[in-house]
Design a binder for this molecule. Structure first.
Ligand SMILES: [Zn+2]
Length: 136
């Protein structure tokens, strides 16, 4: 749980100007895009994934792996300071929500101990629409 304030803040009106309705719904209202439709689900292009809300660097292609879960999956953030983790008990499940540290926008959830052959056995399950892939 975090009580810290985001470094990057906007008013609801400014967020609406900056983001498309679909982006707003995921990033600012903790929505989830449908599986297997996000533009980065199976992308393996090299680069850096930035927060689509504030452009902070979140993940890198070198930590992305194919999980077959329907969303882009990473086994580690670009930097442990890039994201905030907090308990999310919505939908009758105990999950860990992943937020952008800089602007506190919703990115997705992190799961662990699923047996994926990665160095961390963690799966950061992140909405494509929360990120933008740029050259690293
Ligand atoms: Zn952000």
């Amino acid at each position: 749980m975090t009580d810290t304030q985001p470094d990057f803040t906007l008013t609801p009106e400014q967020w609406h100007e900056r983001l498309t309705p679909a982006e707003f719904q995921v990033l600012r209202q903790a929505g989830t895009e449908r599986p297997f439709v996000g533009e980065y689900t199976d992308t393996s292009e090299p680069g850096v994934y930035q927060c689509r809300a504030c452009s902070a660097e979140l993940f890198r292609s070198t930590e992305k792996f194919h999980s077959d879960c329907g969303w882009p999956s990473f086994f580690d953030p670009a930097n442990s300071d890039a994201v905030i983790l907090r308990p999310d008990n919505s939908l009758g499940a105990q999950r860990i929500e992943v937020l952008c540290k800089r602007c506190h926008s919703h990115l997705g959830h992190v799961f662990e101990g699923e047996g994926y052959p990665t160095p961390t056995d963690q799966r950061y399950c992140i909405n494509s629409i929360s990120m933008r892939l740029v050259e690293g």
